[in-house]
Each structure stands twice: as structure tokens, then as C-alpha cells.
Write a protein of this length. Sequence first.
Length: 504
Amino acid sequence: MNAKEKNMHVAIVTTEIVPYSKVGGLADVMGALPDELETLGCGVTIFTPLYASIDRGSFGIRRLSEPSKLTAVVGTKKMPFSLYTAKKPGTSIDVYFIESKHFYGRKGIYTVPETGEGFEDEAERTVFFNRAVIESIKALDLHPDVIHCNDFHSGLIPAYMSMDEGGDPHFQGTGTVFSVHNLAYQGIFDPSFLETAGLERDFFTPGGPFEYWGKVNVMKIALLFSGIISTVSKTYAKEITTTDEYGYGLEGVLRSRKKDLVGILNGIDPDAWDPAADELIPANFTPADQEGKETCRAGLHKAFGLKPSAKAPVIGMVSRLVDQKGFDILAEAIPDLMKLDVRFAILGTGQQKYHELYEELQERYKGKFGVRLEYNNELAHLIEAGSDYFLMPSRYEPCGLNQMYSLRYGTIPIVRATGGLKDTIKNLDKAGGKGNGFTFKEYSAKGLTRAVTKAVEYFGDSKRLRRVRERIMQEDHSWKRSAEEYRKLYKRAKGRVGMRLTTR
Ligand code: ADP
Ligand code: GLC
């Protein structure tokens, strides 16, 4: 690495980040990737909202005195905000927090916790965050080589940088990378969003950048205006350019940018998910000494009200209870699966229909089917540690992290072969010498049942199981390789932006 590369500076923008805020995998990724980038010699700065739930004291988050008062234009209003900062734990990375009582002085990150519904002012909140980050970068007089935006919540930044004639002078030489973590959440708003966001109506024409079936689609804008687009696995990068099923209506836009679209598989933080040192589980264990896993298994039975059995494998799940994750085909498969000698331990929150459905199933199959409808990190660790199998029957899965956490804990994944699941999990052979899980292709209750049945049969041979666990626990899914790929990507993205609105 030469000195110039060493000074590469990337500003990462995200609406969730461990250890401050988390809804799903995006937070884990944002919590781990920057540390690895720093190790590789990149300069990293992070921008994220200061949600009401973030405990400022315990993270040493302090208000910046200079600049003390800033504003972000939302529609016709100038919305005030302040900048707070802290060093990311264990690093020298500056995290800048956008503070606004109006937008963040409430419970919830994207949705109202009580109802699961999106916030009514989602349009204003989205615009505010994007504008506030731009204003902050300028006020701090930062000149990053690359701004790395993640998902639609930060998808307007690339457009704001490119909208003035010749682009915003502050950002001359700054390139943009936009990462798609989930294409299903696009940020689709009524045309009045154009005024809220300050986007020109002239470009609200069919086929134009600001128009999407009579509405405005922030994800589409991000895909057009970013220098480079990445997503979180190679297979998902391919899938989203194919059909509507994966592209969610943006497959055409993605195809038009195919040469700038890359897939980089997420990694995991091996320290946060380490069976040998995990303080959240009842007993630790290692590939060579798996005894502690039995203690965790017993704890899991108890926590989920399951009837203990050495013979019946425990199948765990930790997931947002949403359509993406395959809860419809699982519910359909349950009557057949309950004929097998198995236990289920499911942890999750999400759509109301699944809360009701899964509570009902728990009632019906008491002692075999345990459900906890809550967000609970400790239980998530217990499931990873105490389960025999981990089920992810996703309809689509950009990457998925839990299958990799499971491997660390010797918990064999059963997955639908899609997106990142396909890239990380390969079928086990009979002898247990090759592969690391069970996969199925067809998105159906039948496919799922077949894979689970195979896994249950496999459970009978305890010696083989021990060998398989020992091997998969040692697989390396850390960020090392992928962070290097990001570093190369930033190099390529330096000074590179997507569409410019100067050619009218
Ligand atoms: P996604 O981002 O689509 O939700 P991932 O597999 O990438 O899926 O990441 C999900 C992350 O959220 C994991 O770290 C998982 O442990 C965590 N998680 C999901 N639901 C819960 C829950 N109910 N309690 C605790 N952790 C959860
Ligand atoms: C999204 C995806 C998940 C991915 C995560 C982090 O939430 O659903 O598959 O692992 O983002 O990239």
C-alpha cells in the first residue's frame, strides 16, 4: 500500500450502527466494517442520527461546540440541528451524530414501536437526514474521497452532491458509493416529495430520474446518482438485475448500471459472536470442547418452554417477522414438521399477522414449538449457541448474517439457496467432511419440509455431528477479505459520481 492510498478517507452514512442503534443486519455491518477499514489504513468518519434511545453518557457522546448551530432545508423550512460526536469504541474513528429533537426525540428508528407503522413524517425525516449530513460535512470542512451511503435513508446524498451546475463545489473530487442492503425498502413518496426534498419538477417525467410510476422513489435516485453501486453478496447482485421478484421494479435501472454494480459479501464480527468468550450465554465452548453447548441447549429449552429431549434437534430462528424471511411457507409447513421429533425456538418481532399466527402455533404445539415475540440480544445469542440447527427459509436474502453467526456456534444452518445464503452455505455430504448446512431451492413449504426432514435424519449420528460442528466452527467469515474489497472499491470510486443534472 503506498502513502497516498493510506490517506484514503471515506465518510460512511448510516441510519443504524452497533453499538448505538440497531434494527437489523445493517447495524451489525456498519458496526464492524469501519474498524476493519481502519486496520487497513483507511481514514473513516461516520454520520448517523442521535436517536432518543442512544445513551449519550455511557458512550461518551458530547456536543460539538463548533459548529454549534446548523440547519437543514426541508421543504420551505430550515430545520435546526446540532452535531454530537464520540470516538467509535476501540478505534480512532469519529462518529458524528445528528441531533434534532423534532425528528429523533421519539421512540423508534423507522417505525412507531407500538404499531410497527412507519412514521407519518418519513418524507421530511428522510430529507432532513440527507441534508443534515451534507451540511455537517461542509461545516466540519471535511473533504472525503468517497461518501459511502447505505440504503434509501441516505440515498439522496449522491443526488444533492450532483444537482448544482457542475456539482456542489465543496464535493469536487468526492466520489459516491451506494450500498443496497435491501432493495424491498425503497422510500417511495407522493410527487409532493419533490418540493420537500428540493428536487426539480423538470426531471419528474416518465423515465426521468425523479419519476417512478407517478411517484418519487429515493432508491431509484440513489442508484442513478451514485458513482458505484454495491450490494452485500455476489448472488444478490445478480438476482436484482433479473426479475421483478428480486429487483422490486428497479431491475431495469440496475441493469442500466450493471458495469458499476458489484457484490461484496458481508462479514461478521468474530469477537461479538464468539462461543469461547460470549458472556451472554450460560456456558462457553470451542470446536475441540463442545460440552458447553449442551448447557446452552438446556438453557434454551427452558427459555422457550420446550420439553427437553436429547434426541429431538432444536431448530432456532432469530429474525424480523416479515414476509422476506419465509414465515408464510414455514407456517404452511408446520403441520408436517410437527410430525417429526423436533423442537422449535423462534425469536422475532415484526408484522402483526405473524405475531398472531405464531402465537397460535405455540399454543397448538406446546412444548415443541416455542416463540418469543420480542427484541432481545441475549436470547439471540442463546439461540445461536443452544440450537442444533438454524433455519432461514428466506424469500430473498441480500446477505444474511445469522447463518454465519450460527456456523461460529456449531449450529448447522438450513437455508433457502438465495442471495448471500447461497454464497455462504453449501450442502453437507453424507460423511460430514464437506459442506456446512442444508439448502433448498424452491420457495415452498414442500422444499422447506424436505430440507428440515433431511437435517433431522442427519441428527441421529452424534459422532458425525460433532465432527461437522468442529469443522464449521472454524470457518473464517470475518470482515478481513470483504473489507479489503471495499477498500479497492473506494479507490475505484474516488472522484466518481453517477448522473449529473447539468445536461438539460
Ligand atoms: P436483516 O438485516 O434482514 O434483518 P440479517 O441476518 O442481516 O437480517 O441480520 C439480522 C440481525 O438482527 C442479526 O444480528 C440478528 O441477530 C438480529 N435480530 C433480528 N431479530 C432480532 C430479535 N428479535 N432479537 C435480537 N436480535 C435480532
Ligand atoms: C439487510 C438484508 C440482510 C443483510 C443486511 C446487512 O437488512 O436483509 O440480508 O445481511 O441488510 O447487509
